[in-house]
Design a protein around this ligand. Structure first.
Ligand code: SIN
Length: 294
């Protein structure tokens, strides 16, 4: 049976039914899911009873595993990270700021898969914001400030020894995060990029992982990035994802931002996550073409 795709009615996101992800997908199912993913940017697959092997096999149907720095993977499944917060945990919420995943890498992941294992009865939604829609609707004066501008990305705010998850982090964080001096490294990417598969213009990442702008004085860069972040995350560009146990979500890291939300104190929340790495096979141009600003 062909899969059925129901759009969320919000700025992105769709629910997919009629496919069983606990068995290997055939080529036409992979093609259908990829097409829906590119169109809707965030896909939710409810009622999927998946083992860690199934999650890995699904991920590999869409690209190689991405490298997950700063996470210690699951025993026996090094490419699966456990995203968890336990009922009595006092640590700050993980990933509460808007971001795209691992944009401080030279070749950041194309996407992320997140599978709900233990979902609280309330709260814990994941928010997404569509960066293609945000760019399409952007006022010309704001766009002029980021046209041909290159962002400087770094993981230091989160994962350096003096970052959020570094030496001063709460002792009871259940997630296995490994802060490192490596987080001080920087990597550049244009703010406006061409999506390598759809050819659409989109914005890439936001304040947080973007710590500055190339050839822009730091104070001015911070002011542009703050104004930009306010636009990127406006409610009209958002999709609010409500979790259910046994639901798999995959998002296109190249054109959405996301963030975690709280509201589930007193309940466990546990998800298994993989990253779909940079996939040269789906790219038609050279790397320079893909990353160019228009
Ligand atoms: C993440 O950013 O990987 C986690 C999102 C969430 O926990 O909702």
């Amino acid at each position: 049976m062909a899969c059925v795709v129901a759009p969320s009615g919000q700025a992105c996101g769709a629910t997919v039914s009629g496919v069983d992800l606990s068995r290997p997908l055939d080529a036409s199912e992979v093609a259908d899911i990829r097409a829906a993913w590119l169109e809707h940017k965030v896909l939710a697959f409810p009622d999927q009873s998946l083992t860690d092997d199934d999650l890995e096999r699904f991920t590999l149907a869409f690209g190689p595993f991405g490298a997950d720095p700063f996470f210690s993977g699951l025993d026996g499944h090094p490419n699966i990270a456990v995203i968890s917060r336990l009922a009595d945990e006092t640590s700050s919420l993980f990933a509460e700021n808007w971001h795209a995943d691992w944009t401080f890498q030279e070749f950041p992941p194309d996407g992320t898969c997140l599978y709900g294992k233990v979902i609280p009865p309330q709260g814990g939604d994941t928010l997404y914001t569509n960066q293609q829609a945000a760019l399409d609707a952007m006022p010309a004066d704001l766009r002029a400030q980021i046209e041909h501008v290159v962002g400087i990305h770094s993981a230091r705010g989160g994962y350096a020894p003096d970052g959020t998850y570094g030496d001063a982090d709460a002792d009871d964080r259940s997630m296995k995060i490994m802060p490192s001096e490596d987080a001080y490294a920087v990597q550049t990417h244009p703010i406006i990029r061409i999506h390598p598969e759809t050819g659409a213009e989109t914005m890439y990442s936001t304040l947080g992982y973007i710590i500055g702008l190339e050839d822009v004085e730091p104070n001015e860069a911070r002011s542009i990035l703050r104004e930009l972040a306010a636009w990127q995350t406006r409610e009209e560009f958002q999709y609010r994802h409500r979790w259910e146990p046994n639901m798999l979500v995959m998002w296109d890291n190249r054109c959405v931002l996301h963030r975690a939300t709280g509201g589930y104190d007193g309940y466990d929340r546990i998800l298994h996550r993989t990253t779909i790495g940079y996939n040269p096979d789906v790219r038609t141009g050279t790397v320079d073409d893909e990353l160019r600003t228009l």
